[in-house]
Design a protein around this ligand. Structure first.
Ligand SMILES: [Cu+2]
Length: 65
C-alpha cells in the first residue's frame, strides 16, 4: 500500500482527479482519500514513482509518507 501526501487537493473534483490519475497506472487500485488531511492511501502493487508521476501529471504535488 502507498500512503501519499497530496498538495492542492481542495475539493471533490480534485479528489476525483487524483483517483483517476492513480487508476491510469493501476485500474484496480483501491483508493481512500482523506481530503481534510490531504492524504491518500492506495492499495496497489505499482511502483511508487509511477504513481507519483501520474499524480504530478494531473497537476498535484505528491510525496510519500
Ligand atoms: Cu478541486
Amino acid at each position: 500500500m502507498l500512503r501519499l501526501n497530496i498538495e492542492g487537493m481542495h475539493c471533490g473534483g480534485c479528489a476525483g482527479s487524483v483517483t483517476r490519475a492513480i487508476q491510469t497506472v493501476d485500474p484496480r487500485a483501491q483508493i481512500r482519500i482523506d481530503r481534510a488531511a490531504g492524504t491518500v492511501e492506495a492499495d496497489t502493487d505499482i511502483d511508487s514513482p509511477l504513481v507519483l508521476t501520474a499524480i504530478k501529471d494531473a497537476g498535484y504535488s505528491a510525496t510519500l509518507f
